[in-house]
Design a protein around this ligand. Structure first.
Ligand code: GLN
Length: 464
């Protein structure tokens, strides 16, 4: 059940396993574990038909690069034939008229999509508790969160409901749930993967990425997804791909222990073991002090809420989304009050505030300056080291309801938001468990366009 696509593909090719059986086993698993609430809709008929076609192609030798790869897709990525809800009442039942570029690329390569996964409403959250369609539960402990906002996609991969899944990241929404659920999770370089068809949260930070149980599966899938798309003007025209250097040792930068306060002891211990594992591959590990870390979270939340308030203005009950007729005639206020949950409303209000003329320079202007400093600091660091290693999250999966005030929830994103601010790639690597058996995640970050190198380093350590 938990086998990788790379090994399944060999069985598909030799005929020892049919794609139809593999899809049926994944669909069965989705039903069996329905209480986790990982999926918002399942595409049984289309997936079964596509599986039959894949089997025929393997027989006739016409298999495509991802033939028979079974994929689950976060419900903020547009796909014809099923609703795209962003886990919000605002878009309940909404059926998009077109496929996102990532969906087109997957289908053209022979991948099969099993359904759409649950998430925090409009991708705002770190726990999946803000979904309008019920929380997602952690696979190992139903009283804990799976992380968020791509919690459904993380659970789908961790629980063997698909080979790989698509998620989206604005500030850690792939890496953090990947860390909590024990899967790989990639946030690509900004622009490497087209955002066409992704419902926008904060466009300058948003990026579609991947969850997988195996690095090889992530590599093959990423190679199909990445690349310029004329439909997304921010997608990279010709990225220069960075690989592991062959003429010298890999230089790993380590975040010094003094910058890891707030981490659980089990996370720090795993981090030290992870650095040892990298040293054992021949890498040199040196401490690199990261400047401006105290600005990461405030910068992120000012930029993300500012952009969100603008992006979500289109959901006004007139042009898009739920429409509630109000007695006083104010359809927009009535629709937005009924359609958006508390976290989304909080972010819209905060974003409108930081953009208001009296405060613009004090908040949004300052955050843009901080963004430049954070990006420059990273650029400087990646002249000294090839990759930077740090934990993905300060703790393992927390309990449902544990972080009831928004600020403590936001602080749990400490290690993830800076990669989105700087646009650099970052990868979560499952690395051991705490005393309760909950997964711990380690993170590699690299310079722009070093996505391939991060995956090579992760695969090279040899626990795949
Ligand atoms: N947890 C972060 C937030 O709440 C990141 C969300 C995301 O990456 N989409 O904004």
């Amino acid at each position: 059940m938990n086998s990788s696509y790379t090994s399944d593909r060999d069985s598909f090719a030799t005929g020892t396993l049919s794609v139809e059986d593999r899809v049926a086993s994944y669909l069965h698993r989705i039903t069996e574990r329905a209480s986790l609430n990982a999926f918002l809709s399942v595409d049984t008929d289309r997936a079964t038909t596509a599986a039959k076609e894949s089997d025929e192609r393997f027989v006739s030798g016409l298999q495509r690069p991802l033939e028979g790869l079974v994929v689950a897709v976060k419900d903020n990525i547009s796909m014809k034939g099923l609703p795209t809800t962003c886990a919000s009442r605002m878009l309940e039942g909404f059926q998009p008229l077109y496929d996102a570029t990532v969906i087109e690329r997957l289908r053209d390569a022979g991948a099969i999509i099993v359904g759409k996964t649950n998430m925090d409403e409009f991708a705002m959250g770190s726990s999946n508790e803000t979904s309008a369609f019920g929380i997602v539960r952690h696979p190992l402990d139903p009283n804990r969160v799976p992380g968020g906002s791509s919690g459904g996609s993380a659970v789908a991969v961790a629980e063997g409901m698909c080979h790989v899944s698509l998620g989206s990241e604005t500030g850690g929404s792939i890496r953090q749930p990947a860390a909590f659920c024990g899967t790989y999770g990639l946030k690509p370089t900004y622009g490497r993967v087209s955002r066409y068809g992704l419902v926008a949260f904060a466009s300058s930070l948003d990026q579609i990425g991947l969850f997988s149980r195996s690095i090889k599966d992530m590599q093959v899938t990423f190679s199909v997804l990445a690349g310029h798309d004329p439909m997304d003007s921010t997608s990279s025209p010709a990225p220069s791909i960075v690989h592991i250097p062959t003429d010298r040792a890999l230089r790993v930068g380590a975040m010094p222990l003094s910058q890891l306060e707030g981490c659980e002891p089990a996370v720090i211990e795993a981090y030290q073991r992870y650095l040892d594992a990298l040293r054992a591959t021949g890498a040199t590990v040196t401490d690199v002090f990261l400047p401006h870390t105290e600005t990461w979270i405030p910068t992120y939340f000012i930029l993300a809420t500012a952009e969100a308030s603008s992006n979500l203005a289109r959901f006004d009950g007139v042009r898009y989304g739920l429409r509630v007729d109000a007695e006083d005639g104010d359809i927009t206020t009535a629709s937005r009050s009924a359609g958006f949950g508390a976290e989304v409303q909080r972010r819209i209000m905060l974003g409108t505030y930081v953009l208001s003329s009296g405060y613009y320079e004090a908040y949004y202007g300052k955050a843009q300056q901080a963004r430049r400093l954070i990006s420059d600091a990273y650029a400087n660091i990646f002249h000294q080291v090839d990759v930077l290693a740090m934990p993905t999250t300060p703790t393992t999966a927390f309990a449902i309801g544990e972080k009831s005030d928004p600020v403590s929830m936001w602080l749990s994103d400490y290690f993830t938001v800076s990669a989105n601010i700087a646009g650099i790639p970052a990868l979560n690597i499952p690395f051991g468990t705490d005393a309760q058996g909950l997964p711990i995640g380690m993170q590699l970050q690299g310079a722009m366009n070093s996505d391939e190198m991060l995956m090579e380093v992760a695969g090279g350590v040899g626990w795949d």
